[in-house]
Design a protein around this ligand. Structure first.
Ligand SMILES: [Zn+2]
Length: 321
């Protein structure tokens, strides 16, 4: 059941359940004004649609008259938008990738091929197209590009878009400097750590850590994240997330001490926050996220020249330098 909370005057949170998804819920935020703003939606599923509309009715906002800002292209945030509106505000970087994902499945095939080169078994790779939420739960929508530092005004709220690449290449937060409020999307979460994965042509982890520093410098009293609870000190959380990645990088280095390995071979020796006892019990889609995250950490170490990468018989191997 969807839940509605009043966060501040004219500011509401909608918590929409995500069926059969380990994230469980996504937070959308609504600013009530003559022109309402809705920040993030949920999956393109009938159940999400009906619940979302019901929540907006409870708040007293007509979804047809609202503007929509989407923090990043993931389907749990962007997915439903195409059913609610014709056009959404999003960064140009994520808009471009989302358009490609929606229109052309071949972009996926390239990523899947790269994961197979990193050791993902072919039989698992073939299941990804039908399992991946980004492919299943997106809807078609037009994009109005928002620039870094551009300000959006809604009622009493003056929101500056802050480009925070990492979780996705064009992730954006919204910051109200006077009210010291940040809508952090999936850049900073409190109960879980944001997934940092491989993106073609990007340095995801390096970019992510820089984006954490960018937010650290802001004066923030209230953080409104894309998932779960929003009670916590953002600077402490940034510190914890950085520690988490440092630990993971250490685990990757340790696993390479006894010789070269593929990302797939390294992944089981990393501590993952999952409820499975054995590596073999982990569902394919979770293994997909795990291998993506492992590659992102390997890429970071490779750039720092701590490890080297070579291709042998079509497989990517990593070793300590
Ligand atoms: Zn999300």
């Amino acid at each position: 059941m969807v839940k509605v909370d009043k966060v501040r005057p004219d500011l509401y949170r909608i918590e929409t359940p995500l069926p059969r998804n380990p994230l469980k819920y996504v937070n959308s935020y609504v600013i009530k004004s003559s022109k309402p703003l809705i920040i993030d939606t949920s999956f393109n599923l009938d159940v999400c649609y009906l619940e979302f509309i019901r929540a907006l009715r409870e708040i007293g906002v007509d979804f047809r008259r609202a503007d929509y800002f989407i923090t990043h292209l993931h389907a749990d945030h962007l997915g439903l938008a195409g059913r609610l509106t014709k056009e959404v505000f999003m960064s140009s970087i994520d808009s471009e990738i989302a358009s490609k994902i929606i229109d052309d499945i071949s972009m996926w095939k390239k990523v899947i091929e790269y994961f197979v080169m990193n050791g993902l078994p072919q039989e698992d790779a073939e299941k990804i197209i039908s399992l991946h939420p980004a492919i299943r739960y997106l809807s078609k929508v037009d994009f109005h590009n928002v620039d870094d530092r551009e300000t959006l005004e809604y009622g009493d709220y003056s929101l500056q878009a802050v480009l925070t690449p990492g979780h996705t290449p064009g992730h954006m937060c919204l910051y109200d400097e006077d009210k010291k409020i940040i809508f952090s999307g999936d850049h900073i979460l409190f109960d879980i750590t944001p997934n940092i994965t491989y993106w073609e042509g990007r340095e995801a982890l390096e970019e992510y850590l820089k984006s954490l520093d960018k937010i650290y410098q802001l004066d923030i009293e209230v953080t409104l994240p894309g998932h779960r609870s929003f009670k916590g000190d953002i600077r402490r959380r940034i510190f914890e997330i950085k520690e988490h990645h440092t630990k993971r990088l250490r685990e990757v280095i340790n696993s390479l001490k006894n010789g070269m390995k593929t990302a797939w071979q390294i992944a089981p020796s990393i501590t993952w926050e999952l409820k499975y006892d054995k590596w073999d019990d982990i569902p394919v889609i979770q293994k997909w996220f795990i291998i993506g995250e492992t590659i992102a950490h390997l890429q970071y170490l490779e750039k720092k020249k701590i490890i080297a990468r070579e291709i042998i018989d079509g497989l990517v191997y990593y070793s300590l330098t």
